[in-house]
Design a protein around this ligand. Sequence first.
Ligand code: DGL
Length: 273
Amino acid sequence: MIEGINMDKRPIGIFDSGIGGLTVAKEIFACLPREDIVYFGDTARVPYGTKSPQTVKKFSCSNTKFLMSQKVKIVIVACNTASATSFGKLRAEFPSIPIIGVIGPAVKLALMCTKNKKIGVIGTESTISSNAYLKEIRKFKSNVSLFGQSCPLFVPLVEEGWIDRKETLLIAKKYLTPLKRKKIDALILGCTHYPMLKSVIKKIMGKGVAVIDSARAVAEKCKKVLEEKGLFNGKKRNGWHKFFVSDNPLRFKRAGQKFLGRKIDKVAQIDIG
Ligand code: DGL
């Protein structure tokens, strides 16, 4: 890129239902260190994973409107439930801006990894019942089987920091054993929080199962879109990162630091309506 040409100084916008999307944000920070980033966590309305598609669509639209008010140049839907239920709606409502979800990149990775054509996906109740992962797989392959399992206790366990407790291992075994029995060889972590449980999940699934965390793939997709559309920031210094929530900035700060693995300086609260 020649400096001064094809530069776009507007920030990247990321939203999630709360702190989970920070697993995606962390990869975007690492992949695009020069970019300015606005992260919005909808902590007043979390969880999305137990809500109806209509409600999550409404929330996703208001979150995107907020990011647009921050003059972002691209929107990353860093929430599986929002991607599964609202991606089409967001693209239709906001045609002027590129929007990236987490499902496409995860499916691409899983299809690259599977040899026996049996893939598993775990996520929230809404994500699993949306069938969004199967619909995405069917765009590319008709001969791949997908087995879904919702794991509703994983989100609260992660938020409580119960990452390596024996209770967590027991609960994970209960959720994952049916998928193991199906002899899947790739497992998609279809929820923002699950990468935090990757080592427990790997332990249960064993060496023969590729555990797919799409965060890095989403960051790379974001980089590719910025490049293709000539939207790189082009600055020489590191970018700034701003965090907004719709409720309880202190809790977000405390828990979010664990997700991000670094300090969060400032979190602003907004009224999302
Ligand atoms: N961010 C959500 C997801 O990835 C998990 C938390 C929630 O239920 O809102 O599906």
